[in-house]
Design a protein around this ligand. Structure first.
Ligand code: GLP
Length: 236
């Protein structure tokens, strides 16, 4: 595992975007596993910058996102589909049909979970999976629990996650209580993993990377992956 501590959010975003950009250059038809949240916004902005400067071409890239809220359609500004379109997909030359997220409005979430798991597999898995981390150590929406879920599955969000994510909603009652997420197994199948974490995550990152491997701290499983880069920042 490589751990890189940068000075600030800007530097973290630059480094993360360089790593993702290198993956795209080396394998133009790569599969990028992508994440939402505040942490990757700067990274996506840097990727857009590189694209506009003519340094990156996304025309053959395929993307698979980690998760989506249940009950929110793609045109809902709080949905992760909307977030991805806004911050990345609509700003670069990736064909929309090559961008995948779980469907949060599917009528049967178990069936949707199987479909999405199969889809990730059919694409050959992620060459590089970008991750953020929740304050309780969640990755994707894999909340602390007594086992590491292997596959894509529906999940009930914990109170602390609802609380944390409520900053992006008008009222806490508007935060969905359910989501659909890649499983820990789906994430661990990625060939490379890149975890980015702001200064506010210092404590949980340390616990996840140096503490014991336990589903009570879902990100601790990354200690078992053979190619993980963690980029943290001192401030911001
Ligand atoms: C959400 C997402 C996670 C993300 C986490 C941290 O719950 N499902 O994928 O890593 O929040 O988000 P942030 O980067 O905004 O702190």
């Amino acid at each position: 595992m490589r751990i890189i501590e940068t000075r600030n959010y800007e530097e973290m975003s630059t480094l993360a975007a360089e790593m993702i950009g290198a993956q795209v250059m080396l394998k133009p038809r790569c599969v990028l596993g992508l994440a939402t949240g505040s942490s990757p916004i700067g990274t996506y902005a840097k990727l857009v910058e590189a694209y506009r400067a003519g340094r990156l071409d996304f025309s053959q890239v395929r993307t698979v996102n980690l998760d989506e809220y249940c009950g929110l359609a793609g045109d809902n500004p709080q949905s992760y589909r909307y977030f991805m379109n806004h911050h990345l997909f609509s700003q670069v030359n990736i064909p929309q049909e090559n961008t995948y997220l779980p469907n949060g409005t599917a009528s049967d979430m178990e069936e949707e979970s199987r479909r999405y798991e199969d889809l990730v597999e059919e694409l050959g898995g992620a060459d590089l999976q970008l991750l953020g981390i929740g304050h309780n150590g969640h990755i994707g929406f894999n909340e602390p629990t007594d086992c590491f879920p292997a596959e894509v599955h529906p999940v009930a969000l914990t109170e602390s996650t609802i609380q944390a994510n409520s900053r992006l909603f008008d009222r806490i009652e508007d935060v969905p209580t359910q989501a659909i997420t890649m499983g820990i197994g789906t994430i661990m199948k990625a060939r490379r993993i890149l975890l980015i974490a702001g200064a506010d995550k210092k404590g949980i990152v340390e616990k996840a990377l140096t503490g014991k491997v336990t589903p009570l701290v879902p990100a601790s499983v990354l200690q078992l992956h053979r190619d993980v880069t963690v980029i943290t920042c001192k401030e911001g």
